[in-house]
Design a binder for this molecule. Structure first.
Ligand code: ZN
Length: 237
């Protein structure tokens, strides 16, 4: 169950009329831009619940405690029911992967967004991302993200903790953080790392994605991140 917190506040607000071109004219899962699905994912309607499908390449399964962490953070941050599905194994692909390849793989997802349910697909891949071979994860499109466990293992830290932080970080990008498709009134986007926080205490700090382990690894969104998510949810951003 969601814990009391910011999401409870968001739920008290009146339902927002969905953006006219969503989801009828352009399916949520067809949005190729990262962050483009943020408002539909966050606003109370039309998507009243969220399904997270997680599939993986053979021998690259997720860590269950990392997934639990993501789901807990997600429930408390967006104030909607969240469930986990998937478990399908994909054959080894031996990256490096280009986003277009990952989007093509996403055709194999079981769950797609529709009706009152939004679906996010998380795929665990072997190898790395072509554009950034150190990246532990990447947001790929509106409702798709990839995790690279081989990179997590190289971090030298506690792999499951870094995996948990990476999952939340990439989910943050899907939810628009930071300044992806909106402008935050809270100035903390790192000018050197667009889309990322200057706050080392936020999971949206760039170092999380770079699989750079530290003892004080941020695991959750900070207050500014949460305020932006609330603004996107209630239509004020
Ligand atoms: Zn990032």
């Amino acid at each position: 169950m969601p814990e009391p917190g910011p999401q409870a506040e968001a739920r008290k607000l009146p339902p927002i009329v969905p953006t006219p071109d969503l989801p009828d004219q352009q399916p949520l899962d067809a949005l190729s831009q990262v962050g483009a699905a943020a408002r539909p994912l966050l606003q109370p309607s039309p998507y009243r619940e969220l399904v997270v499908e997680i599939d993986w390449v053979t021998s690259h399964p997720p860590d269950s405690s990392a997934v639990d962490h993501l789901i807990t953070v997600l429930r408390t941050s967006i104030g909607k029911p969240v469930s986990v599905r998937g478990g399908n194994e994909l054959p080894r692909q031996s990256g490096p992967y280009y986003p277009s390849q990952i989007r093509a793989l996403a055709e194999r997802r079981d769950r797609s967004s529709g009706g009152s349910v939004a679906a996010i697909w998380i795929v665990y891949l072997d190898g790395s991302l072509a554009a950034n071979r150190r990246a532990a994860g990447a947001a790929i499109s509106g409702t798709v993200m990839a995790i690279f466990p081989d990179r997590l293992r190289e971090s030298g830290g506690e792999g499951d903790v870094l995996e948990a932080a990476t999952l939340v970080h990439e989910m943050g990008h899907l939810l628009g953080l930071i300044n992806i498709g909106y402008t935050s009134p809270r100035r903390r986007e790192d000018p050197k790392y667009p889309g990322h926080s200057i706050n080392r205490g936020s999971v949206m700090h760039w170092s999380v994605e770079a699989a750079s382990w530290s003892d004080d690894l941020p695991m959750t969104f900070d207050e500014d991140d949460l305020a932006d998510l609330r603004g996107l949810a209630n239509g004020s951003l």
